[in-house]
Design a protein around this ligand. Structure first.
Ligand code: GAL
Length: 746
């Protein structure tokens, strides 16, 4: 049977490389003990030099191999190393890989020393090598370096299951079934015979199984196909009911060998048609945002819990139904979570506008294969992006990427994200970054204007806004309002156009970038949330698009001050809400009830309320200023209240952890958010203060311990140590101290 060990701990890191390392001469260099995921260099939040992490570094680790594995085949499985890796075991080169976003495996069977020490050395080139996508030209994101995802040691019998692709069929009929292609790896020297068994289960209950006798030729990967039929009792995977099933594949041969491969699958039909996107036969408007997998200080190197939490934020805080993994395959933990919670995914190969030479293109084709073979069982993924984001047309290259995708996975449509009109349509779905909207009346183009075709094709808008209106969370309130309105206008325009299957905006979170982009400080402030995943007002444009019975939303886009805006006051006042109406009280007096603006935003289910002119009580510059209270009503009942105070004072330093129970493995993290608030709990956005984050117990702060509050708040990630215990965290500012919270590491 197979054994898989996660090699999270026990690594030593050196921020350089020397040939000495390949001769096992490690002395005289500074080695630092690290855990994975690991960033080759921690960088400041902003205003750093992006060349700082672009160097060659080395990771080493001792591997102890169980003597019982003497007759096994042994592999090292790397989930992601940026950007190129050379792997040596006991001075033998056992594998190389180019490309930082897709996994690779190195067979180490013949290099292992069963009796003694095994020294693993991984040389990691994190420079922007022009031979590796996405590199070769300028690009608007950073590809931080290091072994930033997990590494596993896998021991299998000589004949083993390399992969399995489960293809649910006829899912909308009673006769639904699943076709399972099993990829069997047989050693070069021997033929084998045996039995292959596939079963489908849920909560440990087997629902269906089947088996097949197999004769395997010697050598190579061989595919066998099995069918599980009559799956009428299987429940579909859908947005609100993301039912998942476990697929087990077992192989026994006469050599004798035994192996088992397990994956989760879901049954759904997801297809984009000229008149919209259909999930399980029901038309669903795609409403999503793009996500970069980047965090402050450590870039990409965040573990499972943080990856999962991002998916939760998109689904449960922003109420989106889709995410695009711009512009590369993202962490499998993120994708697993999308499966679990019902968040659709458009996944694409690494790239940004630039297409390299023939070898570069071949590598991009390899990335198409690696992406699909890693991710083909995720029910959440419904589209493969097989173009370099926003690149020019390239007939031969993109004919080939489409061919590869369709051959490997005939069950999903392809797309290719472009930003120029009339581009050659080689994919199944035309995906366009439509940046038409820049505040005026034009919002989205008719798809025929974009495609140049005189008929409709399956069509999704995969980006809008972004650089058209960069907005910081701490920007002036009128800008924050317009930022939110621009997102809302696009949602509304798409909602009215049946030939736009949906929209995926730019973007979910602010991200670090190169100096040629962003605000000069290496940040693109394009998110509806900042890099700490703290919402801007535009987040509420999305958040409000949900049934108020599930989550009532009431977000007046204002910090409620007399003189924040030009000419003063808080009007025109926009309220992102899903309530039927909102009542405003000023100084305790009722100043009227206000209703969603269906006229201006007819295409969304929950239009914002827009109050153009101030009721008289608000007075003018130079008059009194009052407390405010907003009450949201649904079905005639008050369901949510938002209060503002006329004379805010920094009153409390709030502290809140996303997770209070972590794994004591030296890698697990939780975000902790610190908010400086006034007497009624609102952020004091212009506070000029810092906080010191104090941690006691087996945990540490990722990044600096002393940070400035940005727009009244900030977050930090607290990381466990490989020791169980209670981690106590609090923050101290120049004027306030937060409560102390406890996080248990087990
Ligand atoms: C697009 C690009 C994104 C990002 C965005 C900013 O052209 O695909 O990666 O740069 O612009 O608006």
């Amino acid at each position: 049977m197979r054994s898989v060990i996660n090699l999270k701990q026990g690594w030593y890191y050196c921020d350089s490389f020397s040939d000495d390392f390949l001769r096992h001469d490690f002395a005289g260099y500074a080695w630092q003990e690290v855990t994975l995921p690991h960033a080759n260099k921690e960088i400041p939040y902003n205003y750093f030099d992006e060349r700082d992490y672009q160097f060659v570094s080395t990771y080493k680790r001792n591997l102890s191999i169980d003597p019982a594995h003497r007759n096994k085949r042994l592999f090292l499985d790397f989930d992601g190393v940026m950007a190129a890796a050379e792997v040596y075991l006991n001075q033998v080169l056992v594998g190389t890989h180019r490309g930082g976003y897709t996994p690779f495996s190195c067979e180490i069977t013949d290099a292992v020393n069963f009796g003694g020490d095994n020294q693993l050395v991984v040389v990691v080139d994190s420079t922007e090598r022009p031979d590796i996508p996405p590199f070769g030209n300028v690009m608007d994101y950073l590809c931080y370096g290091g072994i930033y995802r997990e590494v596993y040691l896998r021991a299998v019998d000589p004949v083993f299951i390399e992969n399995a692709f489960a293809k649910p069929k006829n899912v909308l009929a009673e006769s639904r079934e699943v076709e399972v292609d099993v990829y069997i790896n047989n050693p070069p020297s021997r033929a084998a015979a045996g039995q292959l068994c596939v079963s489908l289960s849920r909560d440990d209950q087997v629902i269906a199984q089947t088996s097949q006798a197999v004769e395997l030729d010697q050598g190579g990967i061989q595919v066998r196909t099995l069918y599980l039929t009559n799956l009428s009792e299987v429940e579909l995977w859908d947005l609100d009911t993301p039912n998942l099933y476990q697929l087990n594949v077992e192989l026994k041969t006469d050599l004798p060998t035994e192996d088992c491969f397990t994956t989760k699958i879901g049954f759904r039909e997801a297809v984009v048609r000229p008149d919209g996107f259909y999930l399980n036969g029901r038309r669903v408007k795609i409403r999503g945002l793009n996500r970069h997998q980047a965090w402050p200080y450590v870039g990409y190197a965040m573990p499972k819990r943080a990856q999962q939490h991002d998916a939760d934020i998109l689904k449960y805080e922003l109420h989106l139904n889709t995410v695009r993994t711009s512009h590369y395959p993202q962490s499998r933990h993120f994708l697993d979570r999308c499966d679990e919670i019902g968040l659709l995914v458009i996944e694409e190969i690494p790239g940004w506008q630039h297409i390299g030479d023939d070898q570069w293109k071949q590598l991009a084709c390899q990335h198409v294969r690696e992406m699909i073979q890693r991710d083909w069982n995720h029910p959440a993924i419904f589209l493969w992006g097989v173009r370099i984001n926003e690149s020019r047309d390239d007939h031969d290259f993109y004919t080939e990427t489409n061919r590869i995708a369709r051959e490997l996975d005939p069950t999903r449509q392809t797309c290719g994200i472009r930003f120029h009109a009339r581009s050659e349509f080689l994919e199944d779905v035309y995906t366009m970054n439509d940046f038409t909207h820049s505040g005026g009346d034009l919002v989205l183009r008719d798809q025929r204007q974009v495609t140049g075709l005189d008929y409709y094709v399956p069509y999704i808008v995969t980006e809008y806004n972004g650089h058209m209106y960069p907005t910081k969370r701490f920007d002036q309130e009128e800008r924050l309002m317009e930022h939110g309105l621009r997102h809302m206008r696009v949602l509304s325009a798409a909602g009215l156009d049946p030939h736009i299957a949906g929209t995926v905006g730019w973007c979910a979170f602010d991200y670090n970038t190169h100096y040629q982009f962003g605000s000069g400080d290496r940040i693109c402030y394009h998110g509806v949330m900042d890099m700490f995943r703290i919402p801007k007002f535009a987040a509420d444009a999305y958040r409000s698009q949900v049934d108020p019975k599930k989550d009532p939303v009431l977000s007046p886009v204002t910090i409620w001050a007399r003189g924040e805006r030009s000419i003063g006051g808080v009007f025109p006042l926009v309220i992102f809400t899903n309530c039927d109406s909102v009542e405003i009280k000023v100084d305790g007096q009722n100043s009227g009830k206000f209703y969603p603006n269906r006229l201006q935003f007819p295409g969304v289910e929950y239009p914002p309320i827009v109050i153009r002119h101030a009721p008289p009580v608000f007075g003018q510059w130079g008059s009194q200023w009052y407390d405010g209270e907003f009450v949201g009503y649904v079905d005639g009942q008050p369901v949510i209240v938002k209060k503002f105070i006329k004379n805010p004072v920094a009153t409390t330093l709030e502290i809140e952890a996303d997770h209070n129970h972590l794994d004591a493995d030296g890698c697990d993290v939780t975000r902790v958010v610190f908010r400086m608030v006034d007497q009624v709990g609102n952020l004091v956005p212009y506070i000029n203060d810092f906080i010191t984050i104090e941690v006691e117990g087996p945990g540490e702060v990722v990044g600096p311990k002393q940070v400035a509050l940005i727009g009244g708040c900030i977050a930090a990630w607290i990381k466990t140590k490989p020791t169980p215990g209670v981690i106590r965290v609090r923050a101290v500012s120049s004027r306030l101290t937060s409560e102390q919270i406890e996080i248990t590491a087990r």
